[in-house]
Design a protein around this ligand. Structure first.
Ligand SMILES: *Cc1c(COP(=O)(O)O)cnc(C)c1O
Length: 306
């Protein structure tokens, strides 16, 4: 994220952020620290922006850079990028997309969407050890970078310097974490063995199985249908249920760890990752069984103590 912001958001330039979650706030913070004038279009956590909203915002603000979070892990919402990129390019702006949670789990079509700069991670959808951040920049983005007058204030993330290593003359910049590269290579090989489309399809099937189970339990999803990240499910905590108790019991008695909501969604949602090797019919069934039991027990103890 900071490689994207520090190289492509120049001091005093305007950065437009689509903000409906924690990671959009983090981009905002980085933009301000790098001296940009950050403008935000805000929505409640869990919602996404329509094409019309995106176009109106960008046409009104005429920013130099636009940033959106493709899969907002804090809420479970997936933001389409096509309209954002189209409007941004009309305004002559570059587009940064945070694809940290989406890559390897759901389709991430950088060039089809028109995204100029994107970054991801190794430890989520790709299901590899943490520590690396896959990164891409379009030829347009590189042109902007070359034209940049003031150097990136963060030496370590300076793509101009890194490019001199990546391309000839291979000038030394920093020592790469080679062991992590080998781990990533193996992780990617596993994905290619399965086939990317098969993998997306497996995640979709598991998501649907999960939804069916949830509706049997009478639990509702936080994000509207059609706007959800298939690998990161955010059911609402049912009325009268203490989410911390549920998570603690799941961990202590079933060895299953799920996350809670934070910020405005603290205590309101669960965040349940069904991605990578965990996305199987058996593990979803096992989870639903344990989740159903724990919910019933927590409800019972809440009634008993009243
Ligand atoms: C996890 C996440 C990040 C941060 O990645 P780390 O590797 O945990 O620092 C950024 N953006 C999104 C959308 C994320 O889900």
């Amino acid at each position: 994220m900071e490689t994207a912001v520090s190289n492509f958001v120049e001091p005093e330039s305007k950065l437009a952020v689509f903000a409906a979650g924690y990671f959009a706030d983090r981009i905002t913070e980085m933009g301000s620290r790098h001296g940009a004038n950050v403008v935000r279009l805000e929505k409640p956590w869990g919602e996404t922006f329509s094409g019309e909203e995106a176009r109106d915002f960008i046409r009104r603000e005429q920013p130099q850079t636009v940033a959106f979070v493709h899969a907002e892990t804090s809420t479970g919402a997936l933001q389409p990028g096509d309209a954002i990129c189209e409007a941004a390019h009309e305004a002559g702006a570059l587009v940064i997309a945070d694809c940290v949670t989406s890559l390897g789990g759901v389709p991430v079509q950088i060039d089809k969407m028109g995204v100029d700069i994107a970054y991801s991670c190794t430890q989520k959808g790709l299901s590899c050890p943490p520590g690396l951040a896959p990164f891409t920049a379009s030829p347009r983005a590189l042109e902007h970078l070359r034209a940049r007058k003031r150097p990136n204030p963060v030496w370590y993330l300076d793509l101009k310097l890194i490019a001199e290593y990546y391309d000839a003359p291979h000038t030394y910049h920093h020592t790469a974490p080679i062991s992590s590269f080998y781990a990533l290579r193996e992780g990617l090989a596993a994905i290619m063995d399965e086939g990317l489309e098969n993998r997306w399809e497996r995640h979709r099937r598991c998501h649907e199985q999960f939804l069916k189970g949830l509706s049997t339990l009478g639990v509702r999803m936080h994000v509207a249908e059609g706007k959800r990240i298939l690998t990161l499910n955010t059911p609402r905590v049912p009325e009268g249920v203490n989410d911390v108790q549920v998570r603690q019991k799941l961990l202590a008695e079933h060895n299953i760890e799920i996350s809670g909501g934070f910020g405005p969604l603290a205590g309101k949602i669960f965040r349940i990752g069904i991605m990578g090797p965990l996305a199987t019919e058996e593990s979803v069934a096992m989870f639903l069984d344990a989740f159903g039991r724990v919910l019933a027990e927590v409800r019972e103890s809440a009634t008993a103590s009243r």
